[in-house]
Design a protein around this ligand. Structure first.
Ligand code: GUN
Length: 299
């Protein structure tokens, strides 16, 4: 294999250790503890695994964590009532509502209900707007994790041609806004491709960096990319696997084996962007909590 692995698992673990140290040093002696509450509605098995991974990471870092599991039948009104109570609960400085929500619940109304100061997912329109304007606010965890991982490997994004495939509100849109910001760690030229793009390859084959975040297993192949480009795989797709005990395996949006023969750097799945997303959630929770308690921290 030619490409160097961008090891999200190890970078994410370093960040979590640093967060843990800060909590030990700056919060514990004052009897403060950062807290994150996660709400999950319904029985989506993948969402359940993600939320339990988030809760486990919180516990390991010393963040108080609570998971509220609600039945699929929960009404929008009931969910909003619970969020409003959590908005004023001083134990939790971060609130997360796992997506996707059941179809009868309006995602926009939920995003707008969360107190922007506790919005550690960065999905509230106020935080999204601030991101677009280059103002400080919470930045969604996957986009932030991607930039932190590339920066950690010394990859300078200034002036880079970056193609993002996918325009979701969770990844593609905030990622494009983040990458184009005029600051030290970003400042790239960004193109977004999506389901209506006529010829995606036309854009990806000239790109310095391709970020695949469309949710289609092994979509990006080696013919679509430039020699020595940098490939970031955001996909987490469950596909049937008769050889696995679980009956499925997780694969990304990139045809890893062939793309890794052509690219200079590549993120694996699992062990790439997934763990970085969780570390950024802990990071955002730490920031929310430090503001709440008026603690100066140095991450
Ligand atoms: N579903 C997939 N990714 C995410 C995320 O980062 N946050 C939430 N709340 N739901 C998700």
């Amino acid at each position: 294999m030619k490409a160097k692995i961008l090891d999200g698992k190890s970078v994410a673990s370093k960040i979590r250790n640093r967060i843990k140290e800060i909590i030990e040093k700056d919060f514990k002696p004052k009897n403060f503890q950062p807290g994150l509450v996660a709400i999950i509605v319904g029985e989506n098995p993948a969402s359940k695994i993600y939320v339990s991974s988030k809760a486990k990471a919180c516990n390991e870092a010393g963040i108080l964590s609570k998971v509220i599991e609600l039945p699929e039948s929960t009404s929008q009104h009931e969910l909003i009532k619970i969020i409003k109570q959590l908005n004023v609960d001083p134990k939790f400085q971060g609130i997360l509502v796992q997506q996707p929500l059941p179809h009868h619940i309006n995602q926009e109304s939920i995003n707008e209900t969360i107190n922007p100061e506790k919005d550690v997912d960065g999905f509230h329109p106020m935080n999204m707007g601030k991101l677009l304007l280059g103002e400080s606010g919470f930045i969604p965890c996957t986009p932030l994790g991607i930039v932190k991982l590339l920066n950690e490997y010394g990859i300078k994004l200034k002036g880079m041609d970056i193609v993002v495939i996918g325009r979701s509100n969770i990844v593609g849109k905030p990622l494009a806004a983040l990458l184009m910001q005029k600051n030290e760690s970003t400042n790239a030229t960004v193109t977004i491709c999506h389901s209506a793009t006529k010829d995606i390859e036309k854009y990806t084959k000239d790109a310095d960096i391709v970020i695949a975040a469309l949710g289609k297993p092994e979509f990006l192949n080696s013919k679509m990319i430039r020699e020595n480009s940098i490939i970031v795989d955001v996909g987490i797709n469950r596909v049937e696997d008769v050889n696995s005990q679980k009956g499925y395996k997780i694969i990304g949006d990139v045809k890893f084996d062939e793309v890794a023969e052509k690219a200079a750097y590549i993120t694996p799945v699992p062990g790439g962007i997934g763990p970085m997303t969780i570390s950024m959630l802990l990071y955002n929770t730490l920031i929310a909590s430090s503001k709440f308690y008026g603690i100066d921290i140095n991450v």
